[in-house]
Design a protein around this ligand. Structure first.
Ligand code: MSP
Length: 546
């Protein structure tokens, strides 16, 4: 299978990661894991963007050297990515030697091409965007992304001739309909290009924390020009030709919709100028909102992912301000957050995190649907079949329909993943989870057992265990840790070997185990006073083997 090089945006080092920035990494991780499952040779890059004015200011306000400050920030990111099971292969920092060397060489090539010149510029600068704004970027005089007032700046800087690439960019985007996705982002970017691209200032003399320009060391490289180069410096640009030839061009840059212009216009033009091939695709995902607003560092409107993974009393706040009495605050786990974000916030648009929706999804989809399916199935295999797939089976009832559903599952999920419809893929997997649960109701294995129909019970148990094995492999890119636990209980290796092929029943004699409850229900009210209409708790829905 072919190589697949995937990257995320590298986060600014001046504040902690939050649930919005985490969403991007979780989505990219699900894609990377899916590609690995398909057999691709995957390289997954993440990192930290350090040479910004904001980082220098933040370090100064703490009386710290900016690089030392960034050293202290690195674990704030990497520890969260670890806790969220993000399977990145490399973490680049723009202060690393490998990046500085690559960025310097890249600048030299663009300069040698005649695409860099010095000029005076004045304009409205947004510190949050680290960019000069155009009138269309302002709402009532404030930046539309950050809600803050831009500063009037006048500087003598080095400029990149982005305008020269206007026509080439329009042609590239028009000829390659998959270059910018989803389509809404493609149209936005194309419209910007059609208005005509302006040359962009790519140096600063007003601060020191940056990569000095080889042609004018009094200037440091502007943060975006510097940061974008990370995608090539991490895979050996200008240092390891074989490695660079293996991984570049990137197959997919995953970024948020606020930074598509930099990735879909500036970056490709920079690459054209330097004579480096363009990436295959840029995906501009939407924003995660919390309490009706975009989560953002500049406004301080944030939700700490650790507060969801491991909620503390008082952190769980409903939209009306109530702090529900969760009986026992127990860790919900990274998978619960991964599931919620990828299911509820479509990969191509904005969505909300609310505690109400999170708890409802957790209880209904994870505890009730998936957790119950596993629990009740293993309980029955243990009680009726001595904990192993039986040799004697007899087809009947709705077996054929359920098997056909499960047979089609990997193909359907694959088609959705190819279209990067992550939430749709999860929806399709949950259709299968619910199909398996309804199959239990249709087959009534406890009645078959009572009637002494051992071969029918054998067929139903084999079909259920096989269905869960297929589901566990497909859910692995989304819920890696839970998929591993499900598979261990099913007597399978925690990591699936690949995307399941055509339906093939687990062999007779295959042993299963029964383990701990996977997703204990989150109770927001006292157990003795359940609210009407609440989904049943895990275990409560399992039929009692008779
Ligand atoms: N440092 C630049 C990226 C340089 S890439 C060469 C940057 N950093 S950031 O820390 O501000 O944002 C990192 C990523 O998180 C961006 O892709 C951004 O769009 C994304 N998000 C920031 N807030 C977000 C939400 N509330 N929701 C979803 N994604 C969010 O931009």
């Amino acid at each position: 299978m072919a190589k697949f090089y995937i990257t995320t945006a590298i986060d600014y080092a001046n504040s902690n990661p939050h649930t919005g920035t985490a969403y991007e990494k979780i989505g990219a991780d699900a894609i990377a894991r899916w590609k690995r499952l398909q057999g691709h040779d995957v390289w997954f890059l993440m990192g930290m963007d350090e040479h910004s004015m904001n980082v220098e200011k933040k370090a100064q306000s703490l009386g710290m050297d900016p690089e030392k400050y960034c050293d202290g920030m690195e674990p704030k990111f990497t520890e969260l990515w670890k806790a969220l099971d993000i399977s990145y292969d490399d973490f680049i920092r723009t202060t690393q030697k490998r990046h500085i060397a690559a960025a310097t060489e890249f600048f030299r090539r663009v300069h040698a091409k005649g695409d860099i010149y010095k000029a005076r510029y004045s304009g409205l600068y947004c510190v949050g965007c680290e960019a000069y704004l155009k009138p269309a970027d302002l709402v009532e005089g404030k930046c539309k992304n950050h809600g803050t007032e831009p500063q009037k700046l006048e500087e003598e800087n080095w400029f990149f001739r982005l305008s020269k690439y206007t026509q080439a960019m329009i042609e590239h985007i028009e000829r390659n309909p998959d270059f910018v996705k989803p389509d809404v982002r493609r149209n936005e970017v194309l419209n910007v290009a059609k208005e005509g691209l302006e040359d962009i200032s790519i140096s600063r003399a007003t601060f020191k924390f940056g990569i000095p320009l080889p042609v004018d060391p009094a200037h440091v490289m502007y943060v975006w020009f510097d940061a974008l180069i990370n995608y090539i410096s991490a895979v050996g640009f200008a240092s390891d030709e074989a490695r660079f030839a293996k991984w570049w061009p990137a197959d997919l840059h995953v970024i948020g919709k606020d930074i598509t212009r930099f990735h879909c216009l500036l970056w490709p033009a920079m690459l054209m100028s330097a004579g480096v091939p363009l990436p295959g695709q840029v995906w501009g995902h939407g924003w995660v909102h919390y309490k009706g607003q975009k989560m953002s560092k500049s406004t301080g409107h944030l939700l700490d992912p650790f507060d969801v993974i491991n909620p503390q009393p008082g952190n769980v706040r409903f939209e009306n301000g109530d702090t529900p009495k969760i009986e026992a605050i127990r860790p919900c786990g990274a998978d619960a957050l991964r599931y919620f974000l990828l299911r509820e916030v479509s990969w191509d648009r904005d969505g909300d995190f609310t505690w109400e929706a999170f708890i409802a999804r957790y209880n209904a989809d994870l505890a009730n649907d998936l957790g119950n399916l596993l629990h009740r199935t293993l309980k029955m295999v243990n009680t009726y079949c001595g904990g192993a797939i039986p040799a004697e089976t007899e087809a009947g009832g709705t077996d054929a329909d359920m098997v056909a559903h499960m047979d089609a599952l990997p193909r359907d999920v694959g088609a959705l993943m190819d279209a990067q419809d992550l939430s749709g893929a999860l929806g399709r997997i949950w259709d299968a989870v619910r199909r398996a649960n309804s199959y239990i109701e249709e087959a009534q294995p406890w009645a078959l057992n009572k009637q002494g129909k051992a071969a029918r019970v054998g067929a139903v148990m084999t079909n259920l265990a096989t269905a869960i094995a297929r589901i566990s492999a497909l859910v692995y890119p989304f819920l890696p840790s839970s998929a591993g636990k499900i598979r261990e209980q099913l007597g399978l290796p925690p990591k699936p070997e690949g995307v399941p092929g055509a339906w093939a029943a687990l062999p007779a004699g295959h042993k299963v185990r029964e383990g701990a409850v996977l997703f204990p229900r989150i109770e927001t009210e006292k157990k003795d006073a359940p609210a009407a209409g609440k989904p049943r708790g895990q275990g409560g829905g399992a039929p009692k083997p008779k």
